[in-house]
Design a binder for this molecule. Structure first.
Ligand SMILES: C[S@@+](CC[C@H](N)C(=O)[O-])C[C@H]1O[C@@H](n2cnc3c(N)ncnc32)[C@H](O)[C@@H]1O
Ligand SMILES: O=C(c1ccccc1)c1ccc(O)c(O)c1[N+](=O)[O-]
Ligand SMILES: [Mg+2]
Length: 214
């Protein structure tokens, strides 16, 4: 049977990237997406905005919602300080299997915990299962109708602290109007928009950075 897009992406990573070199993994995926097939990872342009937010914050505890093939996971994990941990949630078993291999190829498996399951099921278990008090940084990039309910769930589970940064991909395309209205109007968040483009295209897209004020 025909291979899947994630399987083809992994093959390109194993062929073109150097084991243990996260930057070469990122470049291999960008090359695949630019020259072979579009894929729904955050991409290079928005990816460098993600890099700058992570580098500036230097977070110890990171949560990523929506792993797919692990592209943004590698982008974030390669910038984390020693001892920092990234937990990434992915409920599609096939995607999770590919992501594990991409993360391992980058040599970042010691910093990353990939949890195969739904955000709504696992956010409430973060404290008891992973000994997480609060997260310093959350990257939201899963299905867009989950951004708002999962943010409220993280608030209710006490997983956000004064200064926690939420960064949400796809402000324009596909967009998430309910989440945007919430973080931009709530007194509990200070929000700003980083304008960019939908990966590898001319269409506008962007990231919304929201700091939880407690
Ligand atoms: C846009 S892709 C993630 C792209 C990835 N962040 C990157 O930039 O490389 C969205 C992913 O979120 C997963 N997903 C969607 N809703 C989810 C949920 N509620 N819990 C866990 N994973 C979810 C999908 O299976 C899909 O793999
Ligand atoms: O929803 C899509 C989508 C819609 C249609 C076809 C493929 C993907 C999408 C597009 C760009 C993104 O950055 C992204 O995170 C997603 N997503 O699935 O969450
Ligand atoms: Mg996205």
């Amino acid at each position: 049977t025909r291979s899947t897009r994630p399987q083809r992406l992994l093959k390109v990573v194993q062929k073109r990237a150097t084991r243990g070199d996260p930057q070469s993994v990122i470049s291999a995926v960008d090359h695949f997406c630019r020259h072979s097939e579009w894929a729904m990872n955050v991409g290079d342009e928005k990816g460098s905005i993600l890099d700058s937010v992570v580098s500036e914050l230097s977070p110890e505890k990171v949560l990523e919602l929506g792993t797919y093939c692990g592209y943004s996971t590698v982008r974030i994990a390669r910038l984390l300080p020693p001892g920092a941990r990234l937990i990434t949630l992915e409920f599609n078993a096939d995607y999770a299997a590919i992501a594990r291999q991409v993360i391992a190829w980058a040599g970042l498996e010691d910093k990353v915990q990939l949890v195969e399951g739904a955000s709504e099921d696992w956010i409430p278990r973060m404290k008891e299962h992973y000994g997480i008090e609060t997260f310093d940084f959350v990257f939201l990039d899963h299905w867009k109708d989950r951004y708002l309910p999962d943010t409220k769930l993280m608030e209710d589970c006490g997983l956000l602290r004064k200064g926690t940064v939420l960064l949400a991909d796809n402000v324009i395309c596909p967009g998430f109007p309910d989440y945007l209205e919430y973080v931009r109007n709530s007194l509990s968040y200070k929000s700003c928009y980083f304008k960019s483009h939908l990966k590898y295209t001319k269409a506008e897209d962007g990231l919304e950075k929201s700091v939880f004020l407690g």
